[in-house]
Write a protein that binds this ligand. Sequence first.
Ligand SMILES: Nc1ncnc2c1ncn2[C@@H]1O[C@H](COP(=O)(O)OP(=O)(O)OP(=O)(O)O)[C@@H](O)[C@H]1O
Ligand SMILES: [Mg+2]
Length: 355
Amino acid sequence: MPRIEDIRERLTEIKPLGSQQDIVRAGLVRAVDIVEGNIRIRLATPGMPQQTLNVLVADIRRAVGALAGTGQVHVEIEAPTRPSPYGDLGPLPGVRDIVAVSSTKGGVGKSTIAANLALALSHLGQRVGLLDSDIYGPSLPIMFGINEKPAMTSDKRIVPIERYGLKLMSIGFFLDESSPVIWRGPMVMGAVRQFLKDVAWEGLDILLVDMPPGTGDAQLTLVQQVPLAGGVVVTTPQDVATLDVERGIAMFQQVNTPVLGVIENMSDYVCPRCGTHDDIFGSGGADRLAADFGVPVLAKIPLVPELRTAGDSGKPLFLQQPLHPVSRIFLEVAERLLGAIEAGREAASPPTILG
Ligand SMILES: Nc1ncnc2c1ncn2[C@@H]1O[C@H](COP(=O)(O)OP(=O)(O)OP(=O)(O)O)[C@@H](O)[C@H]1O
Ligand SMILES: [Mg+2]
């Protein structure tokens, strides 16, 4: 049987694809032991793409297996540890997955996308909530045509307003349009925390959080309040390749939250009169982003006037025109999103033994 030192020595010769550092120096090797004549190597590989991981495991088995007197070589992958506690709220009771929809810039269509995506997820049989956490510019009341105030439960919790099968909450439900509110930073956080904690969200599969634009402290604090299943970054083609969007992705990575994908909005303009496609904002950025960061492009949504008029009418496009090409795109995004959430859940489950 080889000695543990010999095995470790062999492991120092192995580098993951694209990495300059060997797996021992990089701290990926958590344990090496010999159990009943077989070698067991335990690795921690947070965030490593599956393809790279497969190659790495094959390399390890080949290198260690070549040592004289080796039995079987088992490589175990540790489940990624997620930071905890998140803020101090922890998971929301009765809510399976929380997904943040964010953007680094304002006005890129985050709220429009969150609303239609929520309806598409609901169409797929999910029980969906939508929290408009944009304190400065709440848009949910207009998009869903709501002008009533939420009720309170007997234990002083806020009952979300139900519309089109969704549970909705927005600071806009409490504001008087004629009295502008001046918010200070701590008040913003307080309000958002309250909307997570003091709203009776129970009984949801997915809670979509429409985030305020940007990647500042307020947004970072928000994504740390509760454990997120993931984040979606919305961008426009002219911004997609900029440092801004990288910051948006980095914000989620900082709190160990997977970025489920990027949505490029106002992508390709189809002229309503002549029907020709026109890339008004340039193209290819989302694909570059996917290649550079390993973050998938969930969709490219064209600029279509119907999306805006429906948004202003109180009934989002997905409901008004379910067969509209853009509604079909939202349905695809919803399916992809569910797949990505599921994949994330599997990656976070207990260690799998490869080989
Ligand atoms: N693909 C699209 N085609 C046409 N209009 C769109 C599209 N996406 C969004 N819009 C319109 O653009 C405007 C801004 O969209 P929206 O309010 O969803 O952006 P936002 O990112 O949430 O903005 P904010 O940062 O202010 O919260 C709205 O009038 C909306 O109807
Ligand atoms: Mg918005």
